[in-house]
Design a protein around this ligand. Structure first.
Ligand code: GLY
Ligand code: MN
Ligand code: MN
Length: 453
C-alpha cells in the first residue's frame, strides 16, 4: 500500500524530478502574463493568520493560494515570493526572533533547490531583500501594514489574476503527482471513516477516525469535512460534528478530502446502514456517476454534461418512484433541481473550488452557466490535464421540497416516497478526475482500488 503519511523515498524522488519542469513552466506563463500587463516583476504574499476580534488568538493560518501555486511552504506566515522573468524565483521566509513560537528555518525539501531562499526576521529585512523600486511590480495577496511601504505598481490587478487563474486549470505532471497523493490519503481516511460509521460512532468520532488515518489536523485539510449522519445529509455543506451518536444509524454522507503539498482531494461517499431502498438509491447514483465519468474527455462542454446529469437524475428519480413524470418533463419543470440543486462538478487545484471556472479566455470574459443553474462553478470546455470533480447529488431538502409542494412541480412528485427517504438526508458521490488525451484518470477510484490491492 503506497498511501500513508510516512515518508516515501520513491515518491520524494518523483516529486523532485517533476518539480523543476513544473516551476519552469510556471515561470514561463507568469512571464507572459506579467508582460501583457506591463509588469516587470511579481510579489506574492504568503499571507498571515488573521487575529480574532477582541481576542489574542488567530484563525488558522492558510497560505494565499497564489503563494501555494508557487511553493508548498505551509508554515511560514509573513513570507513572500519574488519573481522577475529570467531570474530564479526568490523566497523570502519570514522567521521572526520569537521564543513563544517556532519560527521557520531554511527548508530542505525536493523543491527548495529551485528557489533563491533567504530568511528575514522582520519587515525591514524583507524589504531590504527586494528591489528598491517596485513601482512596476504587481503584488498578489491581502493588504497588510507595510504594503504601502513596498510601493508595488498594482495590487491584485484583475487582468493579471484572470490570466493566472485561467492557466491554472491545466495541471503539470508535478501537480498531478500531488493530486494523486492527496487522493490516496483521502481514500485511506475515507475507509477509516466508513469503519467508524459501521461501528455506530458519532459524527465527531467519524471525523477523528478520518484525521487519525490521514495524519492531518483539521486545519491542514483542504476544507472542513462534511460528516452528516441521517437527515443531516440533506444540508449540502453541513458544518456540525455532533459528538453523540444518534439513536439510530440510517445513513452517512461524508464529503472530506486531504491535502498534499498544498493540493487537495475532494471526495464524497454515501452509505446506507441497511440493505434497503436507500441503499438501492445509493447504488443507482453511483452507477450514474460512473456513466458521467465515462463521458469526460477533452472537448466536453461542462455545461452540457451538467444538463445531462439532470436528465440522468430524472431517470434515477423515476426509477425509485420519487417522481411520476418522464425525464424531459422532470428537467424542464424544474423538478430535478429540487433534488439536485448544485453543480455537477468544479475545477480542482490549489483551492478546492478552483478559480477560473467561468473564464472564457486568458483575457477574461465569462461563460455564464445555463439558465436556471446558477450554482454550476465550471462552464468551460475541458482540455487535457484539467482536473475536475464529478459529484452528482440527490437530496431531500425540506425548504426546496416545501416550495415545490406548493406549485406545479408538486403533482409530479410522489410525496409518500419522499417521506420514506427523507430521514436518510441525501446522496452525493464525488470523485476527482484528471482529463487525459482520450478520457480521464479517476484519481479517487484508483486510490480506493490501491487500498484493496
Ligand atoms: N466539498 C465541497 C464540494 O464538493 O464542492
Ligand atoms: Mn466538490
Ligand atoms: Mn466535496
Amino acid at each position: 500500500m503506497t498511501a500513508s503519511f510516512a515518508p516515501d523515498p520513491s515518491l520524494q524522488k518523483s516529486l523532485q524530478s517533476a518539480f523543476a519542469p513544473h516551476l519552469r513552466a510556471l515561470c514561463e506563463r507568469t512571464s507572459v502574463a506579467l508582460a501583457a500587463g506591463g509588469y516587470t516583476g511579481l510579489l506574492v504574499s504568503a499571507g498571515t493568520a488573521p487575529l480574532l476580534f477582541a481576542d489574542d488568538r488567530t484563525a488558522p493560518y492558510v497560505p494565499n493560494p497564489h503563494f501555494r501555486a508557487w511553493v508548498p511552504l505551509a508554515n511560514a506566515p509573513g513570507s513572500f515570493l519574488w519573481f522577475e522573468p529570467g531570474a530564479k524565483p526568490r523566497l523570502l521566509i519570514h522567521s521572526p526572533d520569537d521564543y513563544w513560537h517556532r519560527s521557520p528555518g531554511i527548508p530542505d525539501s525536493y523543491w527548495s533547490p529551485e528557489f533563491d531562499i533567504h530568511v528575514a526576521a522582520d519587515p525591514a529585512a524583507i524589504r531590504a531583500l527586494l528591489p528598491s523600486d517596485l513601482s512596476r511590480a504587481a503584488y498578489l495577496g491581502e493588504g497588510f501594514s507595510f504594503l504601502t511601504a513596498l510601493g508595488p505598481g498594482a495590487v491584485n490587478p484583475p487582468a493579471l489574476l484572470r490570466r493566472l487563474d485561467y492557466a491554472r486549470a491545466a495541471k503539470s505532471p508535478y501537480e498531478l503527482l500531488c493530486l494523486r497523493q492527496a487522493s490516496r490519503l483521502g481514500a485511506l481516511a475515507h475507509r477509516a471513516a466508513e469503519r467508524a460509521f459501521s461501528q455506530g460512532h458519532s459524527e465527531l468520532q467519524i471525523e477523528l477516525a478520518f484525521l487519525a488515518a490521514c495524519g492531518q489536523r483539521e486545519q491542514d485539510l483542504p476544507y472542513n469535512p462534511i460528516i452528516a449522519l441521517n437527515g443531516a445529509g440533506a444540508v449540502l455543506h453541513y458544518q456540525h460534528l455532533d459528538p453523540l451518536p444518534p439513536q439510530i444509524h440510517r445513513s452517512l454522507l461524508i464529503d472530506a478530502g486531504c491535502s498534499f503539498a498544498g493540493y487537495p482531494s475532494d471526495i464524497t461517499r454515501t452509505f446506507s446502514a441497511h440493505e434497503d431502498d436507500f441503499a438501492a438509491l445509493v447504488r443507482a447514483m453511483d452507477a450514474m456517476q460512473q456513466r458521467l465519468c465515462a463521458r469526460v474527455r477533452p472537448g466536453l462542454d461542462w455545461r452540457e454534461l451538467h444538463l445531462d446529469a439532470h436528465r440522468e437524475t430524472a431517470g434515477v428519480l423515476h426509477q425509485a418512484g420519487i417522481v411520476r413524470c418522464g425525464e424531459d418533463e422532470a428537467v424542464a419543470s424544474g423538478v430535478t433541481a429540487v433534488f439536485f440543486p448544485h453543480g455537477v462538478g468544479h475545477l480542482l487545484g490549489v483551492t478546492v473550488h478552483d478559480a477560473g471556472g467561468w473564464l472564457r479566455g486568458p483575457e477574461g470574459g465569462q461563460i455564464p452557466p445555463p439558465d436556471g443553474h446558477p450554482n454550476l462553478r465550471l462552464t468551460r470546455v475541458l482540455e487535457e490535464n484539467f482536473v475536475v470533480t464529478m459529484e452528482p447529488g440527490l437530496y431531500f431538502i425540506e425548504s426546496l421540497l416545501a416550495a415545490a409542494r406548493g406549485d406545479a412541480r408538486g403533482r409530479r412528485i410522489d410525496w409518500a416516497r419522499v417521506e420514506q427517504f427523507a430521514p436518510c438526508g441525501g446522496i452525493r458521490i464525488e470523485d476527482d478526475l484528471a482529463v487525459t488525451v482520450r478520457g480521464c484518470e479517476n484519481l479517487t477510484r484508483d486510490a480506493f482500488r490501491e487500498l484493496t490491492g
